[in-house]
Every structure is written in structure tokens, then in C-alpha cells.
Design a protein around this ligand. Structure first.
Ligand code: SF4
Length: 342
């Protein structure tokens, strides 16, 4: 049986032609999958009954089972999904100030990058998601919330570039104009920086929005909070990003979870300034979210000190924002997704 929601339109066309049907049927099916968001061939009413029967014998719908969905005070809604093999993932629907919505998707159940401040990193690694498990998070949430479209950020559980092929393919499916037609400008991939996948991304998905989980530009400090830095040092990652093809008028986002006494000193600000001067970029400072899995080692930097840090960089002409983390009361903010079944 073939996993229908893991197929790009071109692949579906080939299979449909192989089965002896007209090519345009594939487009019809694809459109029903993503525009009407059907979960069964029975709902693809433009197809004859005997055709539907044959399709049912060849393809299956890899849908997700929603275990719970909670809405926080600020409107962010967190979904806990159970995968076919019993593992869990989370996704979040976040209302934006401009009236639009953003869906934050997971690419793995757990994560093997082990960032010290991140709940997902602390829960360990279960497995990477299939293409359909990634795509279905968006399809499900759009259908359930009645939204036509949304921005999509690959910032949930897992490191997208550690599940490279499936991440890239899922983005191509989301972008297909015969389906959800989510524009590249509305999709952001967030990575802690893995090579050579960053290089491949330039070839496979140029002009996508990119966010780098930076958190420090000083090697020793970054290795301390992000073990991935030992294998992929920040200098090499930044070098690779220098010629990343960005959408017009867009900037690379550097994510910076601010941790008291670790990456919030004058030395850190000066080092950051040197790096930022080389990029069309934006620094997004995220006040550390405390959560159960973090232990007591890390504390958030007080807000007035975060402001001082940001002002230093702004005064030098840098573009800096301080994120008001949405969803922190339901453990759905950055670095807090840990698929707790409760
Ligand atoms: S911050 Fe991202 S890359 Fe790091 S452990 Fe968490 S999910 Fe993985």
C-alpha cells in the first residue's frame, strides 16, 4: 500500500497513469486531499465508485490521531498527536497580531540534538517523521480550525535538517499550487545548523525563510548549551549561510534564547554585533521559558537586562526583536514541546 499523503503531485500522476487512468485524475485527487481535506476516497465524489474501489486497494491515508488540544490564554492552541506506532508529537496553532495564523510543525518525535534549554532535546529521540506525518499536521489543523491558509514554521519538535529528505518533500507538497498553495514566503525552516544539509537546502529550497537557532556565537558557550556545535561549529555554519538565497527584502532570523549569565554578557553582545554586521539579518531574542524538564541550572535573564542587551545592538544599527513567547502557559512556546501525555 502507498502512503497517499507522502506523494508530490508528479508522483501521484505517474502512479495514476500506471493504473490505467487519465493523468488529470491525479490533479483532482490532489485537490480533494488538500483543498477539501478529505480523509477517504469515498469523499472524492468526482470519481466513479469502481475507480474509488481500485484506489482504496492501492493507497492509504496516513492520518494522525489527535489526543488532546488545549488553548492558552493568549490564543495559542497546542495539539498532541499520536502516531501509528504509539509515539507522540505536538504542533501549535498561533494567532498573530496581523490577524493571520501560524502553524508550528514537528519533524521528529523528540530530537537528538540535545540542546540543554529545550524540553524536546531533554526528552531524547524517538524517530523521524514521514512526509505524511509532517504534512498532515498542517492539513489537520487547517481543517479543524476552519482556516483556509496559514504561515507554517518548522520549529516544533525535532531538527528539520536531521530529517532532510522528508522535510524538503513536505514543504514542496505544502507549496504545490494545486493543493494548499502555501507560498515560500510564508514558510520558515528553523535549524540549529547542520552541514552539509544547509548547503543542500540552497539547491533544493532556495528563497525559503530561514531561522538559525544561534543562542551564542562564542564556540565554547555554544557547545555548552548546544552539543551540536561540537560537530558543526558556529563559524562554519555562519560561513555556509553567507550566500543563502533569501527572499527579497527578507532577513535571516537568528534565534537567541537568553539565559542568565550564559549568553547575556557584554562579551556576548559584542561578539554578536561582529557576526550580525555580515548579514542581512534580524536577531530574535527569546526570554528563556522555564519548564519541568530543564532542572534548575538555567535561569531567564531579567527583562530589563534583555532590554539593555537589545538596545546595545539596536544603537549600532542592528534589527533586534524580543519575542513575547505565545503559548507559555500551555507549554507550547519555543523549546517547550515535549509531548507530555497528561
Ligand atoms: S532546540 Fe531544536 S534542535 Fe535543539 S533540542 Fe530542541 S528541538 Fe532539537
Amino acid at each position: 500500500m502507498i502512503d497517499l499523503l507522502s506523494l508530490e503531485l508528479g508522483e501521484l500522476e505517474e502512479l495514476i497513469v500506471e493504473m490505467g487512468f487519465e493523468r488529470y485524475r491525479a490533479k483532482q485527487i490532489f485537490s480533494f486531499l488538500y483543498k477539501q481535506k478529505v480523509n477517504s476516497f469515498d469523499d472524492i465524489t468526482v470519481l466513479k465508485k469502481d475507480v474509488r474501489k481500485l484506489l482504496k486497494e492501492k493507497f492509504y491515508f496516513n492520518t494522525l490521531e489527535v489526543v488532546s488540544n488545549f488553548q492558552g490564554k493568549d490564543g495559542a492552541r497546542k495539539y498532541l498527536f499520536k502516531l501509528n506506532d504509539g509515539n507522540f508529537i505536538e504542533s501549535v496553532l498561533i494567532p498573530m497580531e496581523n490577524g493571520r495564523y501560524t502553524i508550528c510543525v514537528s519533524t521528529q518525535s523528540g530530537c537528538r540534538m540535545g540542546c540543554k534549554f529545550c524540553a524536546t532535546g531533554r526528552m531524547g529521540f524517538k524517530r523521524s517523521l514521514s512526509v505524511s506525518e509532517i504534512v498532515e499536521q498542517v492539513r489537520f489543523i487547517l481543517k479543524e480550525s476552519g482556516l483556509k491558509t496559514a504561515n507554517v514554521v518548522y520549529m516544533g519538535m525535532g531538527e528539520p535538517l536531521d530529517n532532510y529528505e522528508n522535510t524538503v518533500k513536505s514543504i514542496k507538497i505544502l507549496m504545490d499550487e494545486n493543493g494548499l498553495a502555501i507560498s515560500k514566503r510564508r514558510i520558515t525552516l528553523s535549524t540549529c545548523g547542520i552541514l552539509p544539509q544547509l548547503e543542500w537546502l540552497k539547491r533544493d529550497l532556495p528563497y525559503i525563510n530561514l531561522a538559525l537557532s544561534l543562542h551564542s556565537v562564542i564556540d565554547d558557550k555554544r557547545s555548552l548549551i548546544m552539543p551540536v556545535n561540537i560537530k558543526h561549529p558556529v563559524g562554519r555554519v555562519l560561513e555556509s549561510l553567507k550566500d543563502f538565497p533569501m527572499p527579497r527584502r527578507k532577513r535571516i532570523t537568528f534565534e537567541y534564547v537568553m539565559i542568565k549569565g550564559i549568553n547575556d554578557t557584554q562579551e556576548d553582545a559584542k561578539a554578536l554585533l561582529r557576526v550580525m554586521s555580515n548579514f542581512r539579518c534580524k536577531l530574535n531574542i527569546i526570554p528563556l521559558n522555564k519548564h519541568d524538564l530543564m532542572g534548575t541550572k538555567f535561569e531567564p535573564t531579567p527583562l530589563d537586562e534583555i532590554e539593555r542587551f537589545a538596545s546595545y545592538l539596536r544603537d549600532k544599527g542592528m534589527f533586534v526583536t524580543i519575542r513575547k513567547s505565545k503559548g507559555s502557559d500551555i507549554n507550547a512556546a519555543c523549546g517547550m514541546l515535549a509531548a507530555k501525555v497528561s
